[in-house]
Design a protein around this ligand. Structure first.
Ligand code: SF4
Length: 277
């Protein structure tokens, strides 16, 4: 079994997350996947932005870079271009990654840069005040939606798939073995890989939405998730308030961004040798 302590900055513990928060479970899933794949700690760089999800890099003992709100993928892309041999991981939340950083997310997927993004979706801005995010369910309560959110949420997995991501999966904190498996596959994939993890925020979201305990929130995940392989057994009506989990999309056909970039550099340098540009 993986020795979690080997991958944590023990002098930064205890962490600042609320009791019952799902973020720690996602950290454990990531560490388990990395341990399974046998990466050395120095081969990895983890980028985060702002928010509760961003606090992961305070405790993870890899190379870690905390960036500005929502701009994480822009920093990570620049880094990947300079150091393509490194395994680049972005950890973000639904506010950081889908709202403020939504545009960067779309374009990282479009470019098919070899980065793994883990988006922890707890349906709320947890750290910055409990505002609703583009992934908050319609009707959910938030500090900025005291009468219920009237906006429909994105299906963020469908969005990144449409934008060009080549590996897309969705897990939950409750389905932790599936989540570990998805992160393992995402890290092994060449190209832009994306894993959404449905998580619980009992403090920012749960207490405003009639789910006061982490237990109730985990039960909600269990009861609302349907394995994508079993989806065709359900009617449209049955699936109405459910979400699909599992490996949602894999595409090995698209060229990864660095391969296109290196081909361009080669073409130009050969042209220059021959006197053409
Ligand atoms: S506010 Fe929510 S997401 Fe943030 S640490 Fe607390 S429980 Fe976790």
């Amino acid at each position: 079994m993986v020795n979690i302590k080997n991958y944590l900055r023990l002098n930064k513990l205890p962490h600042i997350w609320c009791p019952g928060c799902g973020n720690g479970t996602v950290v454990r899933a990531l560490i388990t996947a990395i341990d399974k794949l046998g990466f050395k700690k120095d081969e990895i760089v983890v980028f985060t932005g702002i928010g509760c999800s961003a606090r992961t890099n305070a405790i993870l003992d890899f190379n870690t870079i905390q960036t500005t709100h929502g701009r994480t993928l822009a920093f990570a892309t620049g880094f990947k271009l300079m150091r393509p041999e490194m395994k680049v991981i972005v950890i973000t939340g639904d506010g950081d990654g889908a709202a403020i950083g939504g545009n960067h997310l779309i374009h990282a997927a479009r470019r098919n840069v070899d980065i793994t993004t883990i988006l922890i979706n707890n349906s709320i801005y947890g750290m910055t005040g409990g505002q609703y995010s583009p992934l908050s369910p319609q009707g959910a309560y938030a500090t900025t939606a005291p009468y219920g959110n009237i906006e429909p949420p994105f299906d963020i997995c469908e969005l990144v798939k449409a934008a060009g991501a080549t590996f897309v999966g969705r897990g939950t904190v409750y389905h932790i073995h599936l989540t570990i498996d998805l992160i393992t596959k995402a890290l092994s994939h060449k190209g832009f890989s994306f894993v959404e993890v449905i998580s619980q925020c009992p403090v920012g979201y749960g207490r405003r939405n009639n789910m006061r305990s982490p237990y109730e929130m985990l039960l909600w995940q269990k009861e609302h998730a349907i394995m994508v392989k079993q989806a065709d057994k359900y009617s449209k009506e049955d699936l109405k308030d459910k979400f699909l989990i599992g490996e949602l999309w894999v595409n090995h056909e698209r060229t990864e961004f660095m391969d296109s970039y290196n081909a361009l550099v080669k073409r130009l340098s050969e042209g220059m040798k021959g006197g053409e540009v």
